[in-house]
Design a protein around this ligand. Structure first.
Ligand code: R5P
Length: 299
């Protein structure tokens, strides 16, 4: 039977597109807050015997994770055959070790919580740095899809003579793949994060590529300090203002305004998180990934 797809708040558009692409049925749910701030959830369609999918935006997750747990657990309680999550941006991946004594390794606790109420999950470019795979922390079938081919297609369509720049070693995994597929050179810088809002980035050696268009590629733009510092280093070595591409437009605090203020040539993101910089569409990537890879939906 076709999957029954519910949209958590702000996810109707993506859920509609996925239902179309996956021949799924759209489920209706009511989700609201009581006056005291507690969450109310009600599934309006019969879920019994169905493969149920929740499409959820988990940027700023602390406000949303309980409501998701209530909805998913209720689907299970009411007899859903399976419960899956489409989480275009997976939060809590950056605290992947105990940097200081006594710190919570929140990536693990968050993974344990999500694994307790779902059977599978599909996400895009989770921040895999010290973890190599989601399986190291998620106990459920967890698939990570890559936005690199979509970013490559955008660059191939819009930019002549690109030079890919990664702000730190973690970005090599995206930058090298994109560079190879568009046939462009790439360089990776050294980053030293001194605090949540303080970042130092090394200066690139770009003498061979002075006539290229620099394109910064990173997975997450949060405070945007990483992008801002990298834009500065690129301009110091005499390149033209870069295009900044981020997979996930988290944009914490005034990050977006601060990045615009350093005047990059453009700011482009994938629509894993709704934002005015979204220019790269991920619905087909998600639908294909779900249909190809989620074992629960194959039988
Ligand atoms: C961390 O290593 C990530 O890949 C990003 O570089 C980082 O999350 C960006 O954060 P911010 O925008 O706050 O500098």
């Amino acid at each position: 039977m076709n999957p029954l797809i519910f949209a958590m708040p702000d996810c109707d558009q993506l859920a509609d597109r996925l239902a179309g692409l996956m021949a799924g049925d759209r489920g209706l749910m009511e989700m609201r807050r009581f006056p005291d701030g507690e969450s109310y959830a009600r599934l309006m369609d019969d879920v019994s015997g169905r493969n149920v999918v929740f499409v959820v935006s988990l940027v700023r997750p602390d406000d949303k994770i309980l409501a998701l747990m209530f909805a998913a657990s209720t689907a299970r309680e009411l007899g859903a055959k399976t419960v899956g999550l489409v989480v275009p941006y997976l939060p809590y991946m950056r605290q992947d070790r105990r940097f200081h004594e006594g710190e919570a390794i929140t990536s693990r606790w968050f993974a344990r919580l999500v694994s307790s109420f779902a059977d599978w999950m599909v996400t895009i470019d989770p921040h895999l740095h010290r973890y190599h795979s989601l399986d190291e922390i998620y106990d459920i079938e967890a698939h990570s899809l890559r936005a690199a081919p979509l970013i490559s297609a955008w660059i191939a369509d819009k930019v002549e003579k690109p030079l890919l720049v990664g702000p730190d070693t973690e970005s090599t995994q995206w930058v090298s793949v994109v560079a190879e597929s568009v046939g462009a050179p790439f360089t990776i810088l050294e980053k030293n994060r001194k605090g949540d809002r303080e970042v130092e980035v090394s200066r690139p050696d770009v003498s061979a590529w002075k006539d290229h268009t620099p394109i910064l590629v990173d997975d997450i733009i949060s405070t945007a300090r990483t992008m801002i510092e990298t834009v500065g280093r690129i301009e110091e070595v005499g390149l033209r203002p870069p295009i900044c591409i981020g997979v996930h437009a988290v944009f914490a605090e005034q990050g977006y305004e601060a990045l615009k203020a350093v005047k990059p040539a453009d700011i482009v993101t994938c629509n894993t998180i709704a934002h005015e910089t979204n220019a790269i569409e991920v619905a087909e990537l998600l639908a294909d990934g779900i249909l190809d890879r989620v074992s629960f939906l194959k039988h």
